[in-house]
Each structure stands twice: as structure tokens, then as C-alpha cells.
Design a protein around this ligand. Structure first.
Ligand SMILES: [Zn+2]
Length: 129
């Protein structure tokens, strides 16, 4: 699960890296195809996707074990905590009757966020929504 979050963060960072130094216009640096680059749009797009990601935090704790144990996963060192367990929960998507349910899969929202990167070598088939 945390690998999907890491994957998304890496893709978002790469998108921002790609526009570094561009002030807009056509990018034909490779001499093949002209691609219209709108850095302002790209920055807004990445910012929106990052906010969507933040709206789907994950936890390793079930809510029915007590609110005090429900720690949103994006706090300090959240990746290290998540890597210690296999089963994590999206605190947004997997709530039923006040109890966070385990799906065993990354939540569909994050999987949809990753879908445009399906051809990236680090994309995993099991992430397909
Ligand atoms: Zn979710």
C-alpha cells in the first residue's frame, strides 16, 4: 500500500521536475513533437492531486480499537510504520458503521490517481482499479 503512495508522490514530483525551467509555450527540445507546456496548469494539477492523496490517509489501526489508537498515517515516519504491517486501511474509503474496514487493497481513489501512469515501469498491475 505504502508503495502506491510513494509511487504517486514520485510521479507528482517528476511532473514538477519536468516543468522546471519552462515558462510556458512549446517544448520541442527532443526535436520530435511539440508539446504545449503550461507550467501553471501543471503546478495546479499536481497540487490538486496531492490534496486528493492527503484526503485518503491510511492507518494500520482499526477504529473500533479506540480513537486514541487511530493514527493517521501521514504523520512523522508514517512510511516506516506502514511497512511493518501488510494490512492498512484508507480512513476515508473503508468506513462502515463507524468501523474502518480492511480491503487488503489500496483504496480505489488512489488506484485511480495512479492509473494515468499505467505505462510507467514502476506501476504494478495489482494497482489497476
Ligand atoms: Zn481512500
Amino acid at each position: 500500500m505504502s508503495e502506491l503512495v510513494e509511487f504517486l508522490r514520485a510521479r507528482f514530483a517528476a511532473e514538477l521536475d519536468d516543468i522546471e525551467g519552462y515558462d510556458g509555450g512549446w517544448n520541442d527540445a527532443d526535436g520530435c513533437w511539440g508539446i504545449h507546456v503550461d507550467p501553471e496548469f501543471t503546478r495546479a494539477d499536481v497540487q490538486a492531486k496531492k490534496r486528493l492523496l492527503e484526503l485518503h490517509p491510511h492507518t494500520t489501526m482499526r477504529q473500533d480499537l479506540g480513537e486514541a489508537r487511530l493514527r493517521v498515517a501521514y504523520g512523522p515516519n508514517w512510511e516506516k510504520r506502514l511497512k511493518r504491517v501488510d494490512d492498512v486501511f484508507c480512513t476515508t474509503c473503508h468506513v462502515e458503521d463507524g468501523v474502518i474496514e480492511s480491503s487488503g487493497q489500496p483504496c480505489e481513489t488512489l488506484r485511480l490517481l495512479a492509473l494515468p501512469y499505467v505505462n510507467h515501469p514502476d506501476y504494478r498491475e495489482e494497482w489497476k482499479p
